[in-house]
Design a protein around this ligand. Sequence first.
Ligand code: SF4
Length: 630
Amino acid sequence: MNASAELLTSPCWRVPDTAPKPDAGLRALPMSRREMEERGWAECDVVIVSGDAYVDHPSFGAALVGRWLEWLGYRVGIIAQPDFRDVEAFRVLGRPRLFWGITAGNVDSELARLTVMRKVRHDDAYTPGGKGGRRPPNATIVYTSMARQAFKGVPVVLGGVEASLRRFAYYDYWTDKVRRSILFDAKAELLVYGMAERALAEVAWRLREGSAWHGIAGTAEIRKAPESPTDALRLPSYELVSALTEAGRQAFADMTRVIHLKHGAFSEAVLTQAHGDRELVVHPPIQPLTSAELDVIYALPFTRRPHPSYGRERIPAWDMIKDSVTTHRGCYAECAFCAIAQHQGRTVVSRSQASVLDELGRLTRDPQFHGTVSDLGGPTANMYGTVCRLGRPGCPGRSCLFPEPCPNLDVSHARLLGLMRAARRVPGVNHAFVTSGVRHDLALAGGGPEYLRELVEHHVCGLLKIAPEHVSDTVLQAMRKPARRSYESFTAAYRECVQRAGKPYSIVEYFISGHPGCTLADMVELACYLHGKGIEPEQVQDFYPAPLTLAAAMFHTGLDPLTGKPVTVAKTDREKSLQRALLLCHNPEFHDKAREALREAGREDLIGTGKRCLVPPGRARSTGRARAGG
Ligand code: SF4
């Protein structure tokens, strides 16, 4: 393991001599008393409760954090998808000596249970056999309550995407209400937000040393109002932002803008928010890990397999990622609807080439690996190796990519190209595919023809994924995505490349329906565009207002929090279903709805058998809302 000297400068990263050594024998972390006894442990220091099955792979949050704490010398046990009605399920590993770590898992628990149109999902990719129903709604809150009942007096630390995005008062799509910070509803001591390793190391160290654990960057806590920091920036209170009045909505938009500007980038600001007579205190974002630190984490002894107790039952999410390698974390794109930047941070940290190749080497020695790396990527495949020349603290406060790439962003794809070429040369790797999404404006600005050629010739497994999301420039502006011309230039350059390489041309485009700022007329524009190009999207993303995103604030308030301008919002299920039907109007199942949408948009001229028409004529019927056809 290449632990750099820099790594050991923090006292909380110093491993005591008496600490158990990380299990280099490639055993998973214990999920039972028997496994604890095999290690000679009478108790765990930390017990992590997760809404996902335990897969000992770095793509699973509980495994990543568990292995990291193990490396720092803590005894870590995992309780995965416990029966949330049975307190005994929370007692299987005994009382944690230091703290509980509670996470809903890799996805929001309610989104894992319901579709955006509120239909119950019967599957769950993070569960053995892919079966749904193993995690409760609001899992973070439910697990915390059960852990408290199991062992009184043990501190609870919340983490993971669900808690992270709900650290401030937030808009909850499922109840259509603004809720208190999840810390209040879960009644937990602390919340670690964003990528947790650095903050969690400090929390664990302070608890081990018996020192106070207040004021740690990257965490949120509740204080009595007089105890909260005097130099903090005060957000509008929960009571104000949750009010169903114009003032309440305005305050919610203001709160979102301040959080976005003050906590979106590297910042020293402490933000507080009154909730009744108590105060939520959210400490500044913690510094992202360095590349050397990330290398250490990815070199930890993961088995890369589900815990053996699952037997032969398959876990779909593991099947998807088991042969993939993460090259970097973070995303500076700041798309309005996306929660990645809110959780992983806006600074991209890339692993060294040596670390990625080392992991590829370990993968090829796995007897279950058959030569194909399913993905060499991260949140956006081609952000690997790109950096801000100023460093975040020197940022003048603009967006890195929107509306155009910032001149301070070094968008060169040279490091990425070097990595792609080196990955192909690893003995035992026959293919190293890139299946993470490619950011098209970045590819044009920093990769150019060389990058596209390399992708086409060696790294595309039939289909390249890109996410234009829409083609109406007004909607793209609300989404903070690049203009249509960028998507068109990319597809033209890509097409030319595949033709030269003599390969079949295939791109999968992702589009969103129902995004704030998108009217029925905008969806008609998109549907006509796709129809004209012969594109029939199979995957349509229904807009989901993920807490803490700019788009969630637009959805709730009808205001763009950054500009203060009003935004049109498709809020009812009917409005959303009409937009969706236009995107899927090539599918006969959606013809009735698409006709209804076209009538409502005053575009009956697009119903018929002509070349331009989007849907054939159906039974004559009126929705009662249709305007005269144009
Ligand atoms: S200076 Fe430019 S590239 Fe650097 S963080 Fe700011 S917006 Fe991004």
